[in-house]
Ligand binder design. Structure first.
Ligand SMILES: Cc1ncc(COP(=O)(O)O)c(C=O)c1O
Length: 435
Protein backbone atom coordinates (compact mmCIF):
# COMPACT_ATOMS: atom_id res chain seq x y z
CA UNK A 1 0.00 0.00 0.00
CA UNK A 2 1.17 3.51 -0.80
CA UNK A 3 1.80 5.03 2.66
CA UNK A 4 1.27 8.57 1.34
CA UNK A 5 -2.39 7.71 1.06
CA UNK A 6 -2.76 6.32 4.59
CA UNK A 7 -3.81 9.37 6.56
CA UNK A 8 -6.90 10.40 4.61
CA UNK A 9 -9.87 8.30 5.83
CA UNK A 10 -12.03 8.68 2.78
CA UNK A 11 -15.81 9.28 3.02
CA UNK A 12 -18.29 6.82 1.49
CA UNK A 13 -15.35 4.94 -0.07
CA UNK A 14 -13.99 1.40 0.01
CA UNK A 15 -10.72 2.77 1.46
CA UNK A 16 -8.52 -0.31 1.14
CA UNK A 17 -9.64 -1.07 -2.39
CA UNK A 18 -9.18 2.58 -3.44
CA UNK A 19 -5.71 2.90 -1.97
CA UNK A 20 -4.53 -0.19 -3.87
CA UNK A 21 -5.55 1.44 -7.16
CA UNK A 22 -6.21 5.15 -6.57
CA UNK A 23 -8.26 7.26 -8.94
CA UNK A 24 -6.85 10.76 -8.61
CA UNK A 25 -8.25 13.82 -10.34
CA UNK A 26 -5.90 16.76 -10.64
CA UNK A 27 -7.53 19.27 -12.98
CA UNK A 28 -10.93 20.19 -14.34
CA UNK A 29 -12.39 22.43 -17.02
CA UNK A 30 -15.83 22.59 -18.61
CA UNK A 31 -17.19 19.06 -19.14
CA UNK A 32 -13.93 17.34 -18.20
CA UNK A 33 -11.60 16.16 -15.50
CA UNK A 34 -7.98 15.17 -16.00
CA UNK A 35 -6.35 12.38 -14.00
CA UNK A 36 -2.91 12.41 -12.40
CA UNK A 37 -1.65 10.41 -15.38
CA UNK A 38 -3.03 12.96 -17.83
CA UNK A 39 -6.15 11.20 -19.07
CA UNK A 40 -9.22 13.26 -19.96
CA UNK A 41 -12.46 12.12 -18.30
CA UNK A 42 -15.90 13.22 -19.45
CA UNK A 43 -17.83 14.19 -16.32
CA UNK A 44 -21.13 12.33 -16.42
CA UNK A 45 -21.89 13.05 -12.77
CA UNK A 46 -21.34 16.83 -12.43
CA UNK A 47 -18.72 15.89 -9.85
CA UNK A 48 -21.21 14.65 -7.27
CA UNK A 49 -24.41 16.16 -8.70
CA UNK A 50 -23.10 19.66 -8.04
CA UNK A 51 -21.06 21.17 -10.87
CA UNK A 52 -24.11 22.18 -12.90
CA UNK A 53 -22.38 24.92 -14.93
CA UNK A 54 -19.33 22.79 -15.70
CA UNK A 55 -15.89 23.04 -14.15
CA UNK A 56 -13.64 25.99 -13.41
CA UNK A 57 -15.93 28.58 -14.97
CA UNK A 58 -13.91 31.84 -15.14
CA UNK A 59 -16.61 34.08 -13.65
CA UNK A 60 -16.93 31.85 -10.59
CA UNK A 61 -13.18 31.37 -10.20
CA UNK A 62 -12.56 35.11 -10.37
CA UNK A 63 -15.36 35.92 -7.95
CA UNK A 64 -13.88 33.57 -5.35
CA UNK A 65 -10.38 34.96 -5.87
CA UNK A 66 -11.59 38.56 -5.58
CA UNK A 67 -13.64 37.82 -2.48
CA UNK A 68 -10.79 36.05 -0.69
CA UNK A 69 -8.64 39.15 -1.11
CA UNK A 70 -11.41 41.64 -0.22
CA UNK A 71 -13.24 40.13 2.79
CA UNK A 72 -12.16 36.66 3.81
CA UNK A 73 -14.63 36.11 6.63
CA UNK A 74 -17.39 37.95 8.46
CA UNK A 75 -19.30 36.61 11.47
CA UNK A 76 -22.87 35.75 10.54
CA UNK A 77 -24.32 36.08 14.06
CA UNK A 78 -25.48 39.64 14.80
CA UNK A 79 -23.23 40.78 11.89
CA UNK A 80 -23.34 40.36 8.14
CA UNK A 81 -21.81 41.36 4.81
CA UNK A 82 -23.61 42.64 1.70
CA UNK A 83 -23.15 39.57 -0.51
CA UNK A 84 -25.17 37.43 1.90
CA UNK A 85 -28.26 39.58 1.28
CA UNK A 86 -27.58 39.75 -2.45
CA UNK A 87 -27.33 35.98 -2.74
CA UNK A 88 -30.44 35.36 -0.61
CA UNK A 89 -32.33 37.76 -2.85
CA UNK A 90 -31.02 36.09 -6.01
CA UNK A 91 -32.03 32.64 -4.71
CA UNK A 92 -35.49 33.91 -3.70
CA UNK A 93 -36.01 35.28 -7.23
CA UNK A 94 -35.64 31.86 -8.86
CA UNK A 95 -37.43 29.90 -6.12
CA UNK A 96 -41.12 28.96 -6.37
CA UNK A 97 -43.53 31.83 -5.66
CA UNK A 98 -43.95 32.40 -1.92
CA UNK A 99 -40.61 30.82 -0.94
CA UNK A 100 -38.51 33.92 -0.43
CA UNK A 101 -36.65 33.66 2.86
CA UNK A 102 -33.22 32.01 2.72
CA UNK A 103 -31.23 30.52 5.62
CA UNK A 104 -27.63 29.61 4.70
CA UNK A 105 -25.76 26.46 5.73
CA UNK A 106 -22.63 24.73 4.44
CA UNK A 107 -23.93 21.47 3.00
CA UNK A 108 -26.98 19.49 2.08
CA UNK A 109 -26.83 17.62 5.37
CA UNK A 110 -26.85 20.86 7.33
CA UNK A 111 -29.72 22.15 5.22
CA UNK A 112 -31.74 19.09 6.17
CA UNK A 113 -31.01 19.49 9.90
CA UNK A 114 -31.91 23.17 9.61
CA UNK A 115 -35.21 22.48 7.84
CA UNK A 116 -36.23 19.81 10.37
CA UNK A 117 -35.46 22.13 13.27
CA UNK A 118 -37.26 24.98 11.53
CA UNK A 119 -40.34 22.80 11.14
CA UNK A 120 -40.35 21.77 14.81
CA UNK A 121 -39.77 25.32 16.00
CA UNK A 122 -42.41 26.72 13.63
CA UNK A 123 -45.13 24.60 15.19
CA UNK A 124 -43.95 25.44 18.68
CA UNK A 125 -43.99 29.16 17.99
CA UNK A 126 -47.55 28.76 16.67
CA UNK A 127 -48.59 27.08 19.89
CA UNK A 128 -48.66 23.54 18.50
CA UNK A 129 -45.51 22.30 20.18
CA UNK A 130 -46.92 18.78 20.37
CA UNK A 131 -46.24 18.42 16.64
CA UNK A 132 -42.87 16.76 17.06
CA UNK A 133 -43.09 13.80 14.70
CA UNK A 134 -41.08 13.83 11.47
CA UNK A 135 -41.99 11.69 8.47
CA UNK A 136 -39.44 10.59 5.89
CA UNK A 137 -39.60 7.92 3.22
CA UNK A 138 -37.99 4.57 2.63
CA UNK A 139 -35.06 4.87 0.23
CA UNK A 140 -34.79 8.57 1.03
CA UNK A 141 -31.37 10.20 1.32
CA UNK A 142 -31.14 13.35 3.38
CA UNK A 143 -27.45 13.52 4.16
CA UNK A 144 -25.54 11.97 7.01
CA UNK A 145 -26.32 13.88 10.18
CA UNK A 146 -28.58 12.42 12.83
CA UNK A 147 -31.78 14.12 11.71
CA UNK A 148 -31.08 13.28 8.10
CA UNK A 149 -30.33 9.60 8.67
CA UNK A 150 -33.37 9.35 10.95
CA UNK A 151 -35.80 10.55 8.28
CA UNK A 152 -33.70 8.90 5.56
CA UNK A 153 -34.37 5.40 4.40
CA UNK A 154 -31.07 3.87 3.29
CA UNK A 155 -30.33 0.94 5.54
CA UNK A 156 -26.54 1.04 5.27
CA UNK A 157 -26.54 4.68 6.36
CA UNK A 158 -28.68 3.89 9.42
CA UNK A 159 -27.95 0.47 10.83
CA UNK A 160 -24.58 1.31 12.46
CA UNK A 161 -25.77 4.37 14.29
CA UNK A 162 -28.07 3.38 17.09
CA UNK A 163 -31.59 4.52 17.58
CA UNK A 164 -31.24 7.97 16.01
CA UNK A 165 -34.09 10.49 16.50
CA UNK A 166 -37.22 9.23 18.19
CA UNK A 167 -40.65 9.98 16.83
CA UNK A 168 -39.82 9.37 13.18
CA UNK A 169 -41.84 7.32 10.73
CA UNK A 170 -41.52 6.56 7.03
CA UNK A 171 -43.71 6.50 3.96
CA UNK A 172 -43.22 3.60 1.61
CA UNK A 173 -40.88 4.27 -1.32
CA UNK A 174 -42.25 4.66 -4.82
CA UNK A 175 -39.98 2.25 -6.70
CA UNK A 176 -42.22 -0.22 -8.52
CA UNK A 177 -40.34 -1.90 -11.37
CA UNK A 178 -43.07 -4.50 -11.82
CA UNK A 179 -45.43 -1.78 -13.08
CA UNK A 180 -43.09 1.03 -14.09
CA UNK A 181 -39.85 -0.44 -15.53
CA UNK A 182 -38.45 1.52 -18.49
CA UNK A 183 -40.83 4.46 -17.97
CA UNK A 184 -39.74 7.48 -19.98
CA UNK A 185 -40.03 10.39 -17.54
CA UNK A 186 -42.58 10.13 -14.74
CA UNK A 187 -43.94 6.61 -14.20
CA UNK A 188 -47.68 6.18 -14.67
CA UNK A 189 -48.33 4.08 -11.57
CA UNK A 190 -48.02 4.89 -7.90
CA UNK A 191 -49.79 8.19 -7.09
CA UNK A 192 -51.78 6.23 -4.49
CA UNK A 193 -48.56 5.56 -2.53
CA UNK A 194 -48.93 9.13 -1.21
CA UNK A 195 -51.97 7.85 0.71
CA UNK A 196 -49.46 6.19 2.99
CA UNK A 197 -49.35 9.55 4.72
CA UNK A 198 -53.05 9.16 5.59
CA UNK A 199 -52.17 5.79 7.11
CA UNK A 200 -49.51 7.42 9.31
CA UNK A 201 -51.91 10.21 10.23
CA UNK A 202 -54.44 7.58 11.27
CA UNK A 203 -51.77 5.84 13.35
CA UNK A 204 -50.17 8.88 15.06
CA UNK A 205 -52.81 11.61 14.65
CA UNK A 206 -52.02 14.70 12.60
CA UNK A 207 -51.70 16.79 15.76
CA UNK A 208 -48.39 15.02 16.49
CA UNK A 209 -46.83 15.42 13.03
CA UNK A 210 -44.61 18.41 12.23
CA UNK A 211 -43.36 17.73 8.73
CA UNK A 212 -42.88 15.34 5.85
CA UNK A 213 -39.58 15.37 3.97
CA UNK A 214 -39.06 13.80 0.55
CA UNK A 215 -36.77 14.25 -2.41
CA UNK A 216 -38.92 15.19 -5.43
CA UNK A 217 -36.64 12.89 -7.45
CA UNK A 218 -34.65 10.56 -5.21
CA UNK A 219 -31.08 10.67 -6.51
CA UNK A 220 -28.75 8.83 -4.20
CA UNK A 221 -30.98 5.78 -3.94
CA UNK A 222 -30.86 5.30 -7.65
CA UNK A 223 -32.90 7.93 -9.50
CA UNK A 224 -36.50 7.34 -8.44
CA UNK A 225 -38.75 9.63 -10.45
CA UNK A 226 -42.06 10.48 -8.72
CA UNK A 227 -45.12 8.75 -10.19
CA UNK A 228 -47.53 11.08 -11.97
CA UNK A 229 -49.75 12.80 -9.40
CA UNK A 230 -47.81 11.52 -6.38
CA UNK A 231 -46.31 14.83 -5.22
CA UNK A 232 -49.61 16.64 -5.79
CA UNK A 233 -51.37 14.12 -3.58
CA UNK A 234 -48.72 14.41 -0.87
CA UNK A 235 -49.22 18.19 -0.91
CA UNK A 236 -53.00 17.83 -0.59
CA UNK A 237 -52.73 15.49 2.38
CA UNK A 238 -50.20 17.76 4.14
CA UNK A 239 -52.53 20.72 3.62
CA UNK A 240 -55.51 18.81 4.96
CA UNK A 241 -53.65 18.07 8.19
CA UNK A 242 -51.52 21.19 8.76
CA UNK A 243 -48.27 19.27 8.12
CA UNK A 244 -45.32 21.11 6.59
CA UNK A 245 -44.00 19.65 3.34
CA UNK A 246 -40.23 19.79 2.85
CA UNK A 247 -38.70 19.08 -0.55
CA UNK A 248 -35.08 18.05 -0.31
CA UNK A 249 -33.76 19.56 -3.53
CA UNK A 250 -30.06 19.13 -2.80
CA UNK A 251 -29.75 17.25 -6.09
CA UNK A 252 -32.75 18.54 -8.02
CA UNK A 253 -32.16 22.23 -7.27
CA UNK A 254 -30.55 24.59 -9.77
CA UNK A 255 -31.77 23.27 -13.05
CA UNK A 256 -31.31 19.52 -12.86
CA UNK A 257 -34.91 18.71 -13.83
CA UNK A 258 -35.49 21.52 -16.35
CA UNK A 259 -36.63 24.32 -14.05
CA UNK A 260 -34.68 26.06 -11.27
CA UNK A 261 -36.30 23.69 -8.75
CA UNK A 262 -38.14 20.40 -9.16
CA UNK A 263 -41.06 22.00 -7.29
CA UNK A 264 -41.55 24.10 -10.43
CA UNK A 265 -41.00 21.20 -12.81
CA UNK A 266 -43.72 19.18 -11.08
CA UNK A 267 -45.96 22.13 -10.20
CA UNK A 268 -46.04 21.37 -6.48
CA UNK A 269 -44.97 23.99 -3.94
CA UNK A 270 -43.53 22.80 -0.63
CA UNK A 271 -43.23 24.91 2.52
CA UNK A 272 -39.47 24.49 2.79
CA UNK A 273 -36.81 23.60 0.22
CA UNK A 274 -33.40 22.31 1.19
CA UNK A 275 -30.62 22.86 -1.32
CA UNK A 276 -26.82 22.92 -1.64
CA UNK A 277 -24.52 21.54 -4.39
CA UNK A 278 -25.50 23.57 -7.49
CA UNK A 279 -25.97 26.70 -5.37
CA UNK A 280 -22.24 27.40 -5.73
CA UNK A 281 -21.57 25.03 -8.62
CA UNK A 282 -19.71 22.90 -6.08
CA UNK A 283 -16.86 25.41 -5.97
CA UNK A 284 -17.25 26.40 -2.30
CA UNK A 285 -19.32 24.39 0.20
CA UNK A 286 -22.70 25.97 0.79
CA UNK A 287 -26.30 24.97 1.39
CA UNK A 288 -29.54 26.77 2.09
CA UNK A 289 -33.08 26.33 3.32
CA UNK A 290 -35.60 28.36 1.36
CA UNK A 291 -38.70 29.00 3.45
CA UNK A 292 -42.15 30.25 2.65
CA UNK A 293 -42.50 33.79 3.85
CA UNK A 294 -45.41 32.69 6.05
CA UNK A 295 -43.14 30.19 7.84
CA UNK A 296 -40.48 32.84 8.34
CA UNK A 297 -42.97 35.48 9.48
CA UNK A 298 -44.35 33.13 12.12
CA UNK A 299 -41.00 33.44 13.89
CA UNK A 300 -40.97 37.25 13.71
CA UNK A 301 -43.37 37.84 16.54
CA UNK A 302 -41.58 38.11 19.94
CA UNK A 303 -39.67 41.12 21.26
CA UNK A 304 -37.49 42.60 18.50
CA UNK A 305 -34.31 42.47 20.55
CA UNK A 306 -34.43 38.70 20.94
CA UNK A 307 -33.02 36.05 18.62
CA UNK A 308 -35.94 34.36 16.85
CA UNK A 309 -34.35 31.05 15.80
CA UNK A 310 -31.53 29.59 17.89
CA UNK A 311 -29.69 27.99 15.04
CA UNK A 312 -26.84 28.78 12.65
CA UNK A 313 -23.28 27.92 11.70
CA UNK A 314 -19.97 29.77 12.00
CA UNK A 315 -19.74 29.57 8.23
CA UNK A 316 -23.38 30.36 7.36
CA UNK A 317 -23.26 32.81 4.43
CA UNK A 318 -19.46 32.61 4.24
CA UNK A 319 -18.19 35.41 1.99
CA UNK A 320 -16.38 33.03 -0.38
CA UNK A 321 -19.47 30.87 -0.73
CA UNK A 322 -21.68 33.92 -1.32
CA UNK A 323 -19.31 35.20 -4.00
CA UNK A 324 -19.29 31.78 -5.64
CA UNK A 325 -23.09 31.56 -5.37
CA UNK A 326 -23.70 34.97 -6.94
CA UNK A 327 -21.30 34.23 -9.82
CA UNK A 328 -22.90 30.79 -10.25
CA UNK A 329 -26.44 32.16 -10.48
CA UNK A 330 -25.21 34.78 -12.96
CA UNK A 331 -23.61 32.07 -15.06
CA UNK A 332 -26.82 30.02 -14.99
CA UNK A 333 -28.82 33.08 -16.07
CA UNK A 334 -26.34 34.21 -18.77
CA UNK A 335 -26.33 30.77 -20.37
CA UNK A 336 -29.95 29.73 -19.80
CA UNK A 337 -28.74 26.71 -17.81
CA UNK A 338 -31.66 26.52 -15.39
CA UNK A 339 -33.97 25.42 -18.19
CA UNK A 340 -31.42 23.65 -20.41
CA UNK A 341 -32.10 20.23 -18.87
CA UNK A 342 -35.66 20.56 -20.14
CA UNK A 343 -34.42 21.30 -23.65
CA UNK A 344 -32.06 18.33 -23.64
CA UNK A 345 -34.33 15.95 -21.74
CA UNK A 346 -35.85 14.36 -24.83
CA UNK A 347 -32.49 13.73 -26.49
CA UNK A 348 -31.01 12.44 -23.24
CA UNK A 349 -33.98 10.14 -22.61
CA UNK A 350 -33.79 8.67 -26.11
CA UNK A 351 -30.05 8.02 -25.83
CA UNK A 352 -30.40 6.46 -22.39
CA UNK A 353 -33.41 4.28 -23.13
CA UNK A 354 -31.51 2.80 -26.10
CA UNK A 355 -29.61 0.84 -23.41
CA UNK A 356 -32.73 -1.28 -22.90
CA UNK A 357 -31.99 -4.76 -24.15
CA UNK A 358 -28.30 -4.75 -23.16
CA UNK A 359 -27.32 -7.62 -20.88
CA UNK A 360 -28.55 -7.28 -17.28
CA UNK A 361 -30.27 -3.93 -17.83
CA UNK A 362 -33.50 -4.32 -15.86
CA UNK A 363 -34.69 -0.70 -15.82
CA UNK A 364 -33.88 2.70 -17.27
CA UNK A 365 -35.23 5.86 -15.61
CA UNK A 366 -34.89 9.53 -16.48
CA UNK A 367 -35.99 13.04 -15.57
CA UNK A 368 -34.43 16.22 -16.98
CA UNK A 369 -30.69 15.56 -17.03
CA UNK A 370 -30.80 12.76 -14.48
CA UNK A 371 -30.65 9.17 -15.61
CA UNK A 372 -30.61 5.83 -13.85
CA UNK A 373 -29.76 2.44 -15.30
CA UNK A 374 -30.53 -0.47 -13.01
CA UNK A 375 -28.55 -3.67 -13.49
CA UNK A 376 -29.30 -7.18 -12.34
CA UNK A 377 -26.86 -7.93 -9.51
CA UNK A 378 -24.24 -10.63 -9.82
CA UNK A 379 -25.60 -13.55 -7.79
CA UNK A 380 -24.39 -13.30 -4.20
CA UNK A 381 -22.40 -10.13 -4.89
CA UNK A 382 -24.73 -7.14 -4.79
CA UNK A 383 -23.23 -3.82 -6.01
CA UNK A 384 -20.29 -5.47 -7.78
CA UNK A 385 -21.69 -5.37 -11.31
CA UNK A 386 -22.45 -1.65 -11.18
CA UNK A 387 -19.08 -0.96 -9.58
CA UNK A 388 -17.36 -2.87 -12.38
CA UNK A 389 -19.27 -0.72 -14.86
CA UNK A 390 -18.15 2.41 -13.00
CA UNK A 391 -14.49 1.30 -13.15
CA UNK A 392 -14.76 0.37 -16.82
CA UNK A 393 -16.30 3.75 -17.66
CA UNK A 394 -13.51 5.51 -15.78
CA UNK A 395 -10.86 3.50 -17.65
CA UNK A 396 -12.56 4.46 -20.90
CA UNK A 397 -12.83 8.17 -20.13
CA UNK A 398 -16.17 8.79 -18.43
CA UNK A 399 -17.16 9.43 -14.81
CA UNK A 400 -20.48 7.97 -13.71
CA UNK A 401 -21.86 7.31 -10.24
CA UNK A 402 -23.20 4.10 -8.79
CA UNK A 403 -25.41 3.27 -5.87
CA UNK A 404 -26.20 -0.36 -5.25
CA UNK A 405 -26.50 -1.89 -8.71
CA UNK A 406 -27.79 1.31 -10.26
CA UNK A 407 -25.67 3.57 -12.46
CA UNK A 408 -26.67 7.22 -12.19
CA UNK A 409 -25.91 9.93 -14.73
CA UNK A 410 -26.21 13.65 -13.95
CA UNK A 411 -23.88 15.53 -16.29
CA UNK A 412 -23.21 19.26 -16.07
CA UNK A 413 -26.06 21.19 -17.70
CA UNK A 414 -23.66 22.53 -20.35
CA UNK A 415 -23.34 19.08 -21.91
CA UNK A 416 -23.63 18.95 -25.73
CA UNK A 417 -25.56 16.31 -27.64
CA UNK A 418 -22.37 14.68 -28.93
CA UNK A 419 -21.14 14.36 -25.36
CA UNK A 420 -24.42 12.73 -24.32
CA UNK A 421 -23.78 10.21 -27.10
CA UNK A 422 -20.21 9.65 -25.91
CA UNK A 423 -21.30 9.21 -22.30
CA UNK A 424 -24.09 6.75 -23.06
CA UNK A 425 -21.93 4.90 -25.58
CA UNK A 426 -19.13 4.47 -23.01
CA UNK A 427 -21.69 3.27 -20.47
CA UNK A 428 -23.25 0.83 -22.94
CA UNK A 429 -19.89 -0.72 -23.78
CA UNK A 430 -19.04 -1.03 -20.10
CA UNK A 431 -22.38 -2.75 -19.44
CA UNK A 432 -21.64 -5.24 -22.24
CA UNK A 433 -18.19 -5.96 -20.84
CA UNK A 434 -19.63 -6.42 -17.34
CA UNK A 435 -22.02 -9.13 -18.53
C1 LIG B 1 -31.24 14.75 -1.41
C2 LIG B 1 -29.97 14.98 -0.65
N1 LIG B 1 -30.01 15.53 0.56
C3 LIG B 1 -28.90 15.77 1.28
C4 LIG B 1 -27.65 15.46 0.78
C5 LIG B 1 -26.45 15.68 1.60
O1 LIG B 1 -25.67 16.71 1.09
P1 LIG B 1 -24.17 16.91 1.61
O2 LIG B 1 -23.38 15.74 1.14
O3 LIG B 1 -23.77 18.23 0.99
O4 LIG B 1 -24.22 17.01 3.10
C6 LIG B 1 -27.56 14.89 -0.50
C7 LIG B 1 -26.25 14.54 -1.07
O5 LIG B 1 -26.13 13.92 -2.09
C8 LIG B 1 -28.74 14.63 -1.22
O6 LIG B 1 -28.71 14.05 -2.43
Amino acid sequence: MNTDLDAFWMPFTANRQFKKAPRLLTRSSGMHYWTDDGRQILDGAAGLWCVNAGHARPKIVQAIQRQAAELDYAPPFQMAHPQAFALADAVARIAPAGLNRVFFTNSGSESVETALKMALAYHRVRGEGQRTRLIGRERGYHGVNFGGISVGGMVANRKMFGTMLGGVDHLRHTHDPARNAFSVGQPAHGAELADDLERLVALHDASTIAAVIVEPVAGSTGVLVPPQGYLQRLREICDRHGILLIFDEVITGFGRTGQPFAAQTFGVTPDLITCAKGLTNGAVPMGAVIAKQSVHDTFMTGPENLIEFFHGYTYSAHPLACAAGLATLETYADEGLLTRAGELAGYFAEALHALKGLPNVIDVRNCGLVGGVELAPIAGEPTRRAFNVFLDCYEHGALVRTTGDIVALSPPLIIERAQIDQLVDTLGQAIRRAA
